[in-house]
Ligand binder design. Structure first.
Ligand SMILES: *Cc1c(COP(=O)(O)O)cnc(C)c1O
Ligand SMILES: [Zn+2]
Length: 421
């Protein structure tokens, strides 16, 4: 199976371009990467992956600077449409580490990217591919962050952008970003999955170039999250993490991290036995991946009604499930659902260590806490939790989870009196 950790390094087919090509994860059909616009397999309609004739080891990244393009040897280009994405902090959180009870806990805060989420890593590559293909209009469906990133990177690349959002279900900061960066914002009277259905049909009809995570090039950029985490752990602990815990929406990151690890194994840079256990977390009200993992199912059942205050992962039909399910299983990981209350509690805990995240991001920490309490995560594990978006993305959720302002009079005496109450 092409998605197995022990798969051999592939050989370049005739249609490869500079050692890169697209390959179907199911039937193995190969396609030239930049000749035509293509999102899925012509033969069987399944998902595509970018494949390379030469895969880098960590040594190849040495001396390359910081950020996504440090890892150009693992990407289809040497440079992209960039606003300096990547190189995000891998924070220590000693109190949380202690309280949850693991050997080491680090927070990879993707909210520290230029537009405040990891989506920037995918867009710096995806928008570059759009330029290479010569398209002039970009589009995505989004729970918010994809639209903010696409709007910023599209405008940086000088292209028109169209974003489809579920009306009333997108956090304020994200709409503000898409708006100011100049996207046309279409508010759809339906949920994210309906938006994605529509934008896929628009893309199939040639109306726009699709930059959802169905687009295999986005996941190439997002692989660099995994490469940064591994380099960070190797530098600080001389070993890679035992486990990486991450929020799951469309399961793009789960797929991208797994691909990063598979390529390192194929390149001989990582032992199969050392690959971190990929551990996905969903909100209880939107947990089709968790259901599939718990039932040992090969496919995910689409949930038509989804609800959670973690709006970034309010998704019932994770398009990358065929890539992500093998990723979780082959790495001996798992998936877990958490309640909105557990998410908010984890958001407060992170904030108390100085780390501001939006609700979906806190799901990773909430999930780790739950799995540790259940004994599924051991106390001797070194763990990285991914926090996917910044606190300011969803100011309403932050204000609701935090403390209320206290009205005081406009004189020092009155303020002192109030403080003594
Ligand atoms: C997009 C997004 C997710 C979901 O990521 P997937 O790769 O689709 O699983 C999670 N959190 C935030 C903040 C996001 O913006
Ligand atoms: Zn196919």
């Amino acid at each position: 199976m092409s998605l197995s950790l022990s798969a051999d390094q592939p050989e370049a087919p005739a249609d490869a371009d500079d050692g890169a090509w697209l390959e179907c994860i199911d039937c193995g059909a190969t396609f030239a990467p930049f000749d035509d616009v293509r999102y899925t397999c012509d033969e069987c309609d399944s998902l595509l992956e970018v494949r390379y004739a030469d895969l880098p080891t960590f040594d190849d990244f040495e001396g390359n600077g910081q950020g996504v393009w440090r890892y150009a040897d693992a990407l289809p280009f040497d440079s992209g449409v960039s606003v300096q994405e990547g190189a995000t902090p891998l924070y220590e959180v000693p109190r949380l580490e202690d309280e949850i009870g693991v050997e080491a806990l680090r927070i990879k805060h993707e909210g520290m990217n230029p537009t405040g989420s990891f989506k920037d890593r995918g867009m710096t590559v995806g928008v570059k591919v759009a330029k290479e293909l010569g398209v002039d209009r970009l589009a995505c469906a989004s729970t918010g962050n994809t639209s903010a990133a696409l709007a910023a990177y599209g405008s940086r690349g000088g292209m028109e952008t169209l974003v489809l959002l579920p009306a009333g279900k997108v956090a304020a900061g994200k709409i503000a970003q898409a708006s100011l960066h100049g996207a046309r914002i279409l508010e759809v009277d339906g949920n994210f999955d309906a938006c994605l259905d529509i934008v896929q049909e628009l893309a199939a009809g040639g109306e726009a170039y699709l930059l959802n995570s169905l687009n295999p090039f986005r996941l190439e950029g997002q692989k660099t999250i995994g490469l940064e985490i591994l380099e960070g752990f190797l530098a600080d602990y001389d070993t890679v993490p035992d486990r990486i815990v991450l929020p799951v929406g469309n399961a793009g990151n789960t797929s991208a991290l797994y691909k990063a690890f598979r390529e390192l194994v194929q390149a001989g840079a990582l032992d199969e036995a050392d690959v971190p256990k990929l551990t996905g977390v969903q909100a209880e009200g939107a947990a089709p991946m968790v259901e599939a993992i718990e039932n040992g199912a090969d496919e995910v059942r689409r949930w038509d009604d989804v609800e959670t205050r973690a709006t970034a992962i309010r998704i019932g039909n994770p398009v990358n499930a065929p890539k992500a399910l093998p990723g979780i299983r082959e790495t001996d990981g798992t998936a877990v659902a958490v309640s909105d209350e557990e998410i908010t509690e984890a958001q407060r805990d992170l904030a108390s260590e100085g780390i501001g995240v939006e609700p979906a991001s806190a799901a990773s920490v909430a999930g780790l806490r739950k799995l540790r309490a259940e004994g599924i995560v051991d106390d001797d594990e070194r763990v990285a939790c991914l926090t996917t978006g910044h606190l300011l993305k969803d100011p309403d959720a932050a204000a609701a989870a935090g403390s209320d302002p206290e009205p005081v009079p406009a004189d020092t005496e009155g303020v002192l009196e109030h403080l003594q109450e």
